[in-house]
Design a protein around this ligand. Structure first.
Ligand code: 26W
Length: 818
């Protein structure tokens, strides 16, 4: 267990840091300066554990996981680190003695937003769980200079502002220049004969230096500190002004620019492949550096690289890091001199692939000309992988050209990264039970039929350390008190113990009072950031997630318009006051998503300023939804909107964070909602809409006809007409025409109402009515909310990680003693 935390030493350390960093005494330190000083003091504590952990791993020669991901959506580190070294109360006290409020200091830290949404945040939760369970692991990623953009709302529109998260430096990072690695792009491949065999040498290339920065990933109360290693790019050789050779000059400038550009910015696309060359550069950059480093490190203590897989495993977070398959082959073939079959055996025993989406527009398919120009040697290797794979298909399915076309890695002038990932991996997993079944029976069915043993499910999870212990201290303390133990912090199944209190009226009152306090906290945040007054006694009905058509924020706001029409017709309509809260970033180039944000804000403007409806309806769009404000939002939610078109949301993880915080799910039978309902019971959720089978059936038969609904349902028709008659945009009645058209008219590429919004609308509205009815019985609601918390145990990322370890990674736990 933990050694005591030395408060006096910590205090001295903070004072010393303020002096050294800012030439000030502690009483003159501004909040941001105090934050820096505290962060460095915490890092000081962490460093010893970090060193001890890495020594222990080396000593035990432990098998290591490399979690390869373009995205790590970490959020803030300070509070999380203080919690995980188990020093929260002590640090809070010391800071109070020094005249600082820990919460205020935490607010000084910018979010590390090196990710878009679900996939990036999952990676962050996984790192927390890996460290807490004591498994040796690296996160491998990119140190983007600019992370996910900051969102400003101006006149109801989203404006993207650069995220300068490194402006004041990052107190927790350590630059590791000793591990700098060269990464090569372009040029051509020369074949030479050497030692009686063919060798491949890349020539005429440009290259950059990859320099790693390490961030500590602190386990909860176990002295374990793992590493998130993010790579920065630097020019390979300093600009040589003396060189007047034209070729050199040109090359030097180009290499300098290459290095400057590679790590500049995170692509803000979520679930949408854009095919940008710079993104492929980013992918190869961090993968080549990570793979080279992993092999080098292994070889420092192991003589035989053919056993690499015994001590190393690479998990590929979606297809984005899939060049790792070919890069590991390149290193083993060209640098280690292994024959193809041996290199392939090592590679396919090292790599494992996770699929996170079935959205076809998310699939990465690189044009062969671009791919082969940028990565000539890698492309040769992919060609050979494809050639051998095609041979294998021939053998298994003689004469079946259909299979070849469906499964080829290289096809129609493109490199299909998902196919490369599947062929090059020993494991392929989906992220929720339903999602994995859809992969097996629909999207990847040919691969499943050919290699069923590779396929498995790993239902996602979330870390309760951030999303309950840190984000909702009131509920966390209540749970601990009721259970008489904090064991749930590392074993969330134990939270089941509060189920016994679900019917207890005192417990119900206490629970609702905590929820009320959290709603006051969010109301304050909304007032400060949006200038809108919301009533904490109203139902907080929340949809926060990336803006995407399949997630159907549009259905939610159309329903608000529908409710508002009813209230206008009958201001005395009996309804529980409701606050509809949205938070979402739209990809910068996603026009329809951005227009949906404008629509939400336009509806908010009208509804929030209409005194005639007596405050029964409020609409709030929270600006710049991100990890740090998410923690406040989940804690305050009554209703969790999880309303994606069934089959489209691979898992969802926000749904789990709401459940853990005692919100009731209003959702479709999609992704992990299915398993949430299974755990808590359908009677404690509000389920509506078509099943995934129904949706898939409609899709196979060319969709449905939304016009019939439009013609026969006057309420829906009235709402839709308000999109084009200026009801919410009097100055420009045509403003929302595109949205109207998307619901009713097919266009060149899409069916009308691609995501079945009108088809599911009535069922959704009915479910919403049930929410209203249910909330009137506060005892029932409290019971259902407590049951949600009590049955959220399955959704800890600790459980998910243990399943990855048991079924895929086969790591051993390491104990670190100080
Ligand atoms: C190439 C552009 C691009 C960028 C990001 C394509 C796809 C992505 C991600 C895979 C999108 C994503 O974040 N997917 C989400 O992953 C979560 C974690 O598994 C799931 O819970 C969500 O359902 C899924 O949408």
């Amino acid at each position: 267990m933990k050694m005591g935390f030395d408060k006096e030493e910590f205090k001295k350390s903070v004072e010393y840091n303020v002096k050294n960093l800012f030439r000030k005494t502690i009483d003159d330190a501004k909040p941001n300066e105090a934050f820096q000083a505290v962060a460095y003091a915490i890092k000081d504590v962490i460093i010893d554990e970090w060193i001890a952990t890495q020594k222990q791993y080396a000593k035990e020669d432990a098998k290591t996981l490399y979690y390869m991901s373009m995205e790590f959506l970490m959020g803030r580190a300070l509070g999380n680190n203080i919690i995980n070294i188990m020093a929260w109360d002590e640090v809070k006290e010391v800071l109070e003695e020094m005249g600082f409020d820990l919460n205020v200091l935490e607010d000084q830290e910018p979010d590390a937003a090196l990710g878009n949404g679900g996939l990036g945040r999952l990676a962050a939760c996984f790192l927390d769980s890996l460290a807490t369970l004591g498994y040796p692991a690296y996160g491998c990623g990119i140190r983007y200079r600019y992370g996910m953009f900051k969102q400003k709302i101006e006149d109801g529109y989203q404006i993207e502002v650069p995220d300068e998260w490194l402006k004041d430096g990052n107190p927790f990072e350590v630059r590791r220049s000793e591990y700098a690695t060269e990464v090569k792009f372009g040029g051509y491949v020369k074949t030479v004969w050497e030692d009686g065999r063919e060798k491949f040498v890349q020539e005429g290339y440009q290259s950059v230096m990859a320099v790693p920065y390490d961030l500590p990933i602190v386990g909860y109360g176990n002295n374990v500190v793992n590493t998130l290693r993010i790579w920065d790019a630097q020019p390979i050789n300093t600009f040589n002004l003396e060189s007047f050779d034209k070729g050199d000059y040109q090359k030097a400038v180009e290499q300098e620019n290459l290095a400057k550009n590679i790590c500049e910015v995170l692509y803000p696309n979520d679930n949408h492949y854009a095919g940008k060359e710079l993104r492929l550069k980013q992918q190869y950059f961090f993968i080549s550096a990570s793979v080279q480093r992993a092999v080098k490190k292994y070889k420092e203590t192991h003589p035989d690289v053919r056993k690499f897989y015994e001590k190393n495993v690479f998990q590929l977070n979606d297809t984005h890091p899939t060049v790792a398959v070919a890069e590991l082959m390149r290193v083993l073939l060209d640098e280690e001199g292994l024959p193809w079959d041996v290199a392939w055996d090592v590679t396919t025993k090292t790599c494992a692939y996770t699929n996170h989406t079935i959205m076809s527009e998310a699939l990465e398919k690189w044009p062969i000309d671009l791919f082969s120009r940028l990565l000539p040697r890698i492309y040769q290797i992919v060609e050979e992988i494809n050639r051998r794979f095609m041979e294998q298909i021939q053998q298994m399915y003689p004469g079946d050209d259909h299979k070849m076309a469906r499964m080829a890695i290289l096809y129609d002038g493109q490199v299909r990264m998902a196919h490369l990932a599947i062929v090059g991996s020993f494991s392929v997993n989906g992220v929720a039970r339903l999602h994995t079944e859809i992969l097996k029976t629909q999207e990847l069915k040919h691969f499943y039929q050919m290699m069923p043993q590779k396929f498995n499910n790993k239902t996602n999870g979330i870390t309760q350390r951030r999303f309950l212990l840190h984000g909702n201290p009131l509920l966390a303390a209540w749970v601990t008190e009721k259970l008489g133990s904090k064991a749930w912090v590392t074993d969330l199944k134990q939270i089941k113990g509060i189920e016994a209190l679900a019917e207890d009226e005192t417990a119900q009152k206490e629970f609702m009072e905590i929820k009320f306090q959290n709603k006051i906290r969010l109301a304050k945040y909304i007032k400060e950031h949006n200038g809108i007054d919301v009533d904490p006694r109203s139902i907080f009905d929340v949809q926060v997630k990336r803006l995407h058509e399949y997630k159907r924020q549009l259905m939610n706001i159309l329903h608000v318009m529908f409710l508002y029409n009813q209230l206008r017709d009958n201001p005395n309509m009996d309804m529980v006051p409701r606050t509809f809260i949205f938070g979402a970033k739209a990809a910068a180039g996603y026009r329809r998503a951005k227009l949906t944000i404008k629509l939400i804000n336009a509806v908010a403007d009208v509804v929030n300023n209409d005194a005639s409806i007596q405050g029964k309806l409020k609409v709030v769009f929270i600006e710049d939804y991100r990890v740090s404000n998410a923690e406040i939002i989940f804690a305050a939610a009554d209703v969790s909107e999880q309303i994606s078109t069934a089959s489209k949301e691979a898992s969802g993880t926000g749904n789990m964070k709401f459940m853990l915080n005692g919100a009731l799910t209003l959702g479709t039978m999609d992704g992990a909602n299915v398993e949430i309902v299974e755990e808590v019971g359908a009677e404690h959720a509000f389920i509506f809409g078509m099943s995934s089978d129904e949706v898939i059936n409609y899709e196979k038969n060319g969709g449905y006809d939304p016009m019939t609904i439009f013609n026969n349902d006057a309420d829906i028709r009235r709402v839709l007409m308000q999109l084009i008659n200026g009801y919410y945009s009097p100055q420009n009645p045509e403003l929302f025409r595109e949205i109207y058209d998307s619901l009713l008219n097919r266009n060149s590429s899409d069916r009308a109402d691609t995501y079945f919004i009108l088809k599911d609308f009535r069922s959704y509205a009915d479910a919403q009515k049930q929410v209203d009815a249910a909330y009137r019985n506060q005892n029932w609601w409290a019971k259902a909310a407590i049951l949600n918390v009590a049955n959220s145990g399955k959704f800890s990322s600790d459980r998910t990680i243990q399943e990855y370890v048991d079924d895929i990674w086969h790591l051993d736990k390491v104990e670190v003693k100080l």
